[in-house]
Design a protein around this ligand. Structure first.
Ligand SMILES: [Zn+2]
Ligand SMILES: [Zn+2]
Length: 420
């Protein structure tokens, strides 16, 4: 990816903000593994590094160690057996391990990158990613979702200076991980819709150029749906680019708005409830893909109503607390003092409804079309595929928006009555 060209295209942006990020190099290419050492070296990455992987991602990165050795890197390793969760304890361990190294190299995708990102941030070390699967949108992120005491926290972390990916390795990644990345891209439809609606309703910051960058990547990824199930290096590379672009877009916008809307919050609700019950949370992109189908379907059904009656927020707070339960309820309430609808005038919501409807119709594909796309890519579509039962589905749909202090159409529903 040509990052300087990207930044140049955003110079003097009409949104009025100066756009920048810390990522210096993104190289996604066929057979890149053999040149990984050279790329790190020429980028000035420190020669003493801590390499973090699990047995699966280390196997996938065959040839990487040799390439690092050939370019004189002194490598210490921490190889986990099979890392499915990013737990704060592991990040703390990595902090200690990386202290005498100059930089941290994460070899993997979601959880491994999240742990390394946090450790590198807290120890102020250089940080690079060698991605092994195009599975989620967090590669370029500057925050880490980690589990602490059974809760999922999002902590400030470090953006990588370099992101490297070999498209042949990406294409050979497990089908479920590639499908999850596709699902996480599909989630950008609803994310962008929520962002535009929030801007229309409250004047919240929105940058059309950043939205356009995400959308371009999204369109390209969707056009590759049929090829993702095959061992197709170009398609896997394209998903990776779309995911990295989404992460860069978040950094450029200074918020997760360009890549995350109600569908991400819904997925987060499922995840927290599953953690509470000690169940496997499922891959991030698998859940966000399923959630985007649900949210797109809901929004398009709402948009069929030409008019809406509005009133003060009629949230039943006792019911909300019950749905979260335990310590999760206290965490949730922190996001609601004050709650986001306090700043929304029902009369303005009514007045803006035609514009919100138009945004939905313009930006969201029909639920059926979205389902078809996900299916063609081999991605999950139905809640039960991520072990979400009817009860979790219903409570999630109703109560997810309370997890964030953010304007989402789903959060406004207790202020709205729809009529023919
Ligand atoms: Zn802008
Ligand atoms: Zn995501």
């Amino acid at each position: 990816m040509n990052l300087s060209e990207l930044l140049l295209s955003l110079k003097d942006c009409p949104c009025g903000r100066e756009h920048k990020f810390c990522v210096e190099t993104v190289e996604i290419g066929r057979g890149l593994t053999a040149s990984a050492g050279r790329l790190l070296k020429s980028a000035g990455f420190p020669s003493k590094i801590l390499l973090v992987a699990d047995e699966n991602t280390l196997r996938a990165s065959g040839g990487l160690r040799q390439s690092l050795a050939a370019f004189g890197f002194e490598v210490r390793e921490r190889i986990y057996p099979n890392l499915l969760y990013a737990r704060i304890e592991d990040a703390e361990e990595l902090r200690v391990l990386c202290r005498d190294a100059g930089g941290v190299l994460a070899v993997g995708s979601g959880s491994i990158c999240d742990l390394c990102r946090l450790a590198a941030h807290r120890e102020n070390k250089a940080f690079a990613i060698y991605a092994t699967a195009p599975s989620m949108d967090g590669f370029a992120s500057d925050s880490s979702p980690v589990i602490a005491n059974g809760f999922k926290l999002t902590l400030p972390a470090k953006q990588p200076e370099l992101i490297l990916a070999d498209t042949e390795v990406l294409a050979s990644a497990p089908a479920e991980l590639k499908a999850a990345g596709f699902g996480d891209m599909a989630a950008k439809y609803t994310a962008l819709a929520d962002w535009r609606m929030a801007c229309a309703l409250t004047g919240e910051y929105y940058c059309p150029k950043i939205a356009e960058l995400v959308l371009q990547g999204l369109d390209k990824v969707m056009s590759m749906a049929d090829r993702l199930r095959q061992n197709d290096a170009e398609a896997a590379g394209c998903v990776m680019e779309g995911l990295v672009m989404s992460g860069l877009a978040m950094a450029l916008a200074g918020s997760s708005r360009p890549a995350s809307g109600a569908e991400h919050v819904l997925s987060h609700f499922w995840e927290c409830k599953k953690l509470q019950q000690g169940r496997w949370v499922e891959f991030h992109g698998k859940k966000t893909g399923i959630a985007s189908v649900i949210i797109a379907g809901l929004y398009r059904r709402l948009a069929l109503f030409p008019d809406v009656e509005t009133h003060e927020d009629r949230t039943d707070w006792e019911a909300v607390r019950r749905a979260y339960g335990g310590g999760l309820a206290d965490e949730m309430m922190k996001m609601n003092r004050p709650t986001v609808t306090d700043e929304i005038d029902p009369a303005v919501l009514k007045e803006k409804w035609p514009e919100l409807r138009r945004i939905i119709m313009e930006t969201l594909p029909e639920e059926k079309a979205l389902r078809r796309l996900l299916r063609r890519a081999g991605a999950a579509v139905e809640p039960h595929e991520a072990n979400i039962d009817a009860e979790l589905l219903e409570s999630g749909l109703k109560y997810h928006p309370y997890m964030r202090h953010r304007v989402l159409l789903t959060r406004l529903l207790p202020m709205m009555d729809f009529k023919e």
